[in-house]
Ligand binder design. Structure first.
Ligand SMILES: Nc1ncnc2c1ncn2[C@@H]1O[C@H](COP(=O)(O)OP(=O)(O)OP(=O)(O)O)[C@@H](O)[C@H]1O
Length: 294
């Protein structure tokens, strides 16, 4: 375990939460200075930079190294992908994005003070990490990955110029709801083949399937309340064959996890999951990563 005298590395995404991250960093910096915590800070310049910085820092040492993202789920996701293959990486995040599902579900605190104290108190746990393969691309995740309307919503939210506006009025999460309402009219649910640890499930009219390693997705929706961070399994939630009105109730009840009582919402769990429609995603449990948790 690292000693308090060892440098803590911060990677700040100045664009996360439409600039909110810089305010979060200023607050964190004051706390670090007041407690004389040795630290170094790097500011990301573009997409992919947090991943490269993480690899560079970790390849320069073999000692346990604490690295903290100051950003949202995109930033911590890049850092996790950069930390793969470095067993001395200890990763954490300060909530500074618009969704912040990582800090909500994994670190279990969105407070800057509490998050920093986790790292000072060496409050770390090893959590499961998922690996995925799609269209020849390989990557890693600790939150979730999805196929269907959910993936299209996340993708559009990420690219939407409206995200900045929603963040500006401090309603960052509403971007997902806004795009969902737009998509629900145009989305055509299709058949999906799901193979979980060798068992095949053929699902008709699939609206979305989420493979979750932790409870939250989409900026605070409790998609997978039964997910456990260290149980060595991934959870699968599939919403299919559902009338439109009932689908709307899924998107309301998912806020507290009540959607699992709806007949057309199925849940599974396993270690190796394959999803196939026009594209395909293969996902499996990969190993463990040490992160700060309450
Ligand atoms: N300097 C930069 N300029 C533009 N984009 C950047 C820069 N640095 C990082 N990025 C990209 O910004 C994107 C958004 O960051 P991030 O996901 O952390 O914030 P967010 O979208 O506000 O939060 P959340 O994902 O929790 O909703 C990431 O995909 C990241 O790669």
């Amino acid at each position: 375990m690292p000693h308090l005298k060892e440098t803590v590395y911060f990677i700040v995404n100045p664009m996360a939460g439409s600039g909110e991250s810089l305010k979060v960093w200023k607050k964190a910096e004051k706390i670090l200075q007041s407690k004389a915590v040795p630290h170094e800070v790097f500011f990301t310049r573009e997409k992919g930079h947090a991943l490269r910085l993480t690899m560079e820092i970790l390849s320069g040492t073999k000692q346990d190294t604490r690295m903290i993202a100051v950003g949202g789920d995109g930033t911590i996701n890049e850092m996790i992908n950069g930390a793969i293959g470095f067993p001395h990486a200890i990763i954490g995040s300060l909530a500074a994005g618009s969704g912040n599902d990582y800090v909500r579900g994994i670190q279990k605190t969105e407070s800057v003070e509490e998050a920093l104290s986790l790292f000072q108190d060496n409050a770390f746990s090893a959590i499961d990490i998922g690996q995925f393969e799609t269209n020849g691309k390989m990557g890693y995740f600790v939150n979730s990955l999805g196929m269907g309307i959910d993936a299209e919503i996340s993708d559009e939210a990420e690219r939407s110029p409206l995200k900045k506006w929603f963040n500006f009025v401090r309603a960052g999460k509403l971007i997902y709801l806004f795009i969902f309402i737009k998509k629900i009219v145009t989305y055509k649910p299709g058949c999906m083949e799901l193979i979980i640890d060798g068992d095949r499930h053929l699902l008709k009219k699939v609206w979305f399937i989420v493979i979750a390693n932790q409870s939250y997705f989409g900026g605070g929706m409790k998609i997978s309340p039964m997910s456990k961070l260290d149980d060595g399994r991934l959870n699968v939630i599939a919403v299919h064959d559902i009338p439109l009105l009932k689908l709307l109730t899924v998107f309301i009840t998912v806020l507290w996890g009540g959607h699992l009582n709806i007949k057309n919402v199925d849940s599974f769990s396993g270690k190796m999951i394959k999803m196939k429609n026009e594209g395909s995603v293969k996902s499996s449990l990969m190993g463990k990563l040490l992160v700060g948790t309450k």
